[in-house]
Write a protein that binds this ligand. Structure first.
Ligand SMILES: *Cc1c(COP(=O)(O)O)cnc(C)c1O
Length: 448
């Protein structure tokens, strides 16, 4: 067969070198996920396709729970719906014993639909509609108040429907990590949080049952959680001593990082990111030493999202074409772009080739399929040479991609769950034109 001509380039090779992490394994092929062949997944569900490992989700959950339970007597996780609210995923977490943490009306209804008891739903966020709040009051859900206007509205609603609301306030503070997320909740340092607590104490039908914070996301500082926990403990002890209201729980929110590598980081995430154990150590030591009587230790709630699911998610995609750019760089175009891989904005995702492809690698730019200049998956990555139709596996994409994906130029692909018996299940169908146009209305006068 006649070889295709390609303009020659000269470059330095660095195959097989040792570095301080050992030999290079980045280019090892990934031919299957949890025992199911990548080839078969693409044949059955198309390309691109998201794949979730039930085994890994459960392993992450159980390990995180263990990290806290071995250090503190009363621990409860609440699954952060916005991180991945596919019902099959939520159900796995609920089966493991997780409550639900929701930040909108539709997420609240999803949690109910997934069979979560009303009193095990935590309702967060700045946008809670009146009807949602009434439902949450009636269901005895834990309503975490974000601002004074919401507090006043809740007081009105409880009086109107003559029912008591179980509430906590979200508190923000200086934890030494900047910028402070002070747009959510009530500030600790300036006394706003204490003012809110007092207003709740004076209301007739408001029961303050806990305190909440969520200090950020992909947090790399365990010390910040120790500061947050200490400040929440001080407020809780003040509630007991000055208002005779010992609180039932402290909710430290989410924010633990996954082992993805942030863009621009010098070392890979797996080597630098603190583990859940490290965060558990910082948080539980602080609460245990804060001065609570042993029989009055509050329940510790965690709303972890990202750290529990990121590494359980994979995106399989295929090569559409290779190109040489005007400056000689190699470029590869995939059938997935930033439309479905939102997190490629923050992370240098590990990308593996799905078949044995030798030791020769070359610096490559990775583009998505969109007709849009910003559709760049990676500015520069070392990859073996790929051909049209070859599959790649993008690692650690389980968090936020399946909720923040957009329907732009291309439709959203299928999502598949591999169960613990090595069987794959379709948990979200690929979108089609009917689905897309279902919500559209063409006015009569434009129909002819
Ligand atoms: C998003 C969110 C979480 C989950 O955050 P992760 O960084 O994914 O762990 C938890 N609590 C609240 C209030 C959130 O908004």
């Amino acid at each position: 067969m006649k070889q295709k001509y390609e303009r020659p380039t000269i470059r330095k090779m660095n195959t097989g070198l040792m570095n301080k992490f050992g030999t290079r394994t980045d280019f090892d092929p990934v031919e299957s996920i949890d025992g199911v062949a990548v080839k078969d997944l693409v044949e059955q569900y198309g390309s691109p396709v998201f794949v979730l490992s039930e085994k890994q989700i459960r392993r992450n959950y159980q390990a995180a729970l263990r990290s806290f339970k071995t250090r503190y007597p009363k621990v409860q996780f609440a699954w952060s719906y916005k991180t991945n609210y596919l019902n099959a995923v939520c159900k796995v977490f609920h089966q493991e014993g997780s409550w639900a943490e929701v930040v909108s009306g539709f997420e609240y209804h999803k949690a109910l639909g997934n069979g979560v008891a009303g009193h095990q739903i935590i309702f967060n966020g700045p946008d809670k509609k009146e009807a949602d709040l009434i439902l949450a009051i009636e269901n005895h859900s834990l309503i975490h108040i974000d601002h004074f206007d919401e507090l006043y509205l809740l007081i009105q609603l409880t009086e109107r429907i003559n029912k008591t609301a179980k509430v906590a306030i979200r508190v923000n503070f200086d934890t030494g990590v900047y910028p402070i997320w002070d747009r959510f909740g009530f500030n600790y340092e300036n006394g706003q949080a204490w003012t809110a607590i007092n207003k709740i104490a004076k209301a007739n039908k408001m029961e303050l049952v806990g305190l909440h914070c969520h200090i950020g996301t992909f947090m790399l500082s365990t010390a910040a959680y120790a500061v947050a926990a200490a400040k929440l403990c001080q407020l809780a002890l003040k509630c007991k001593n000055e208002l005779q209201n010992p609180l039932q729980y402290l909710d430290l929110g989410g924010g633990f990082p996954s082992t993805n590598t942030l863009k621009g980081a010098y070392l890979p995430g797996v080597d630098t990111v603190p583990s859940v154990e490290d965060f558990a150590e910082a948080i539980t030591n602080t609460i245990l030493e804060a001065g609570f009587a042993t029989n009055e230790l509050p329940l510790l709630i965690l709303e972890s999202g990202r750290v529990l699911i990121d590494d359980a998610g994979y995106l399989i995609g295929s090569v559409l074409a290779n190109k040489r750019l005007s400056d000689g760089r190699r470029a590869t175009i995939f059938d997935f772009g930033i439309n479905i891989l939102f997190t490629s904005n923050w992370y240098d995702h590990k990308i593996s080739v799905a078949k044995e492809s030798g030791q020769y690698t070359e610096e490559t730019v990775l583009f998505g399929p969109l007709c849009m200049n910003i559709d760049v998956i990676r500015e520069s990555i070392m990859l073996p040479l790929l051909e049209r139709g070859d599959q790649v596996v993008v690692h650690k994409v389980g968090a936020y991609n399946m909720t923040q994906w957009m329907q732009f130029i291309n439709m959203r692909p299928a999502v598949v769950l591999i169960d613990q018996q090595v069987k794959s299940h379709l948990i979200r169908k690929p979108e089609n034109l009917d689905y897309l146009e279902m919500m559209e209305v063409v006015p009569d006068y434009l129909k002819t």
